[in-house]
Design a binder for this molecule. Structure first.
Ligand code: ZN
Length: 147
């Protein structure tokens, strides 16, 4: 990765960290997802309208990668169907585990800024925290819808 790209990606991450679009004050009783190796904590809330994700929001605290990743997750998944969301989450987790090419991130706009993180195992946990959490939150909301 060239330095120029690296700088651009750093700037994108910094912007999502400092000016999150999808951060909200969430009910403290919602499940808290944690990455103890870095001290990142995140809560997520999804509002479903039938099968469509009307809104994903997060709150929490942690490093810039974990928080920027949570904001980008909410941005990407808002407006998607539940099926699309599961697909995108799985694809992102596979990319971060090195099972898929990082070039696949290009189609998700700002998310490409996390491409470099896939090479840094310690930071992968920061980047994937919200995504593992979102998967769980979606599963829980489907369970409550069905029963
Ligand atoms: Zn972190």
């Amino acid at each position: 990765m060239s330095d120029q790209f690296n700088e651009l990606f750093q700037e994108i991450l910094r912007d999502h960290f400092k000016h999150p679009r999808y951060r909200a004050v969430l009910n403290p009783n919602l499940p808290l997802f944690e990455n103890p190796s870095c001290g990142d904590q995140v809560r997520l809330q999804v509002k479903l309208n039938e099968n469509i994700i009307e809104n994903f929001s997060f709150d929490g605290s942690g490093c810039s990668i974990s928080m920027a990743s949570a904001d980008m997750l909410c941005e990407i998944l808002t407006g998607k169907t539940v099926e699309q969301a599961f697909q995108i989450i799985d694809e992102f987790l596979k990319i971060m585990r090195g099972e898929l090419e990082t070039s696949l991130l290009q189609k998700y706009g700002d998310l490409e800024a996390l491409a470099g993180v896939a090479q840094l195992p310690v930071r992968v946990k920061c980047a994937t925290l919200a995504w593992n959490g979102a998967k769980r939150v979606l599963e829980l909301s489907l369970e409550s819808q069905n029963g």
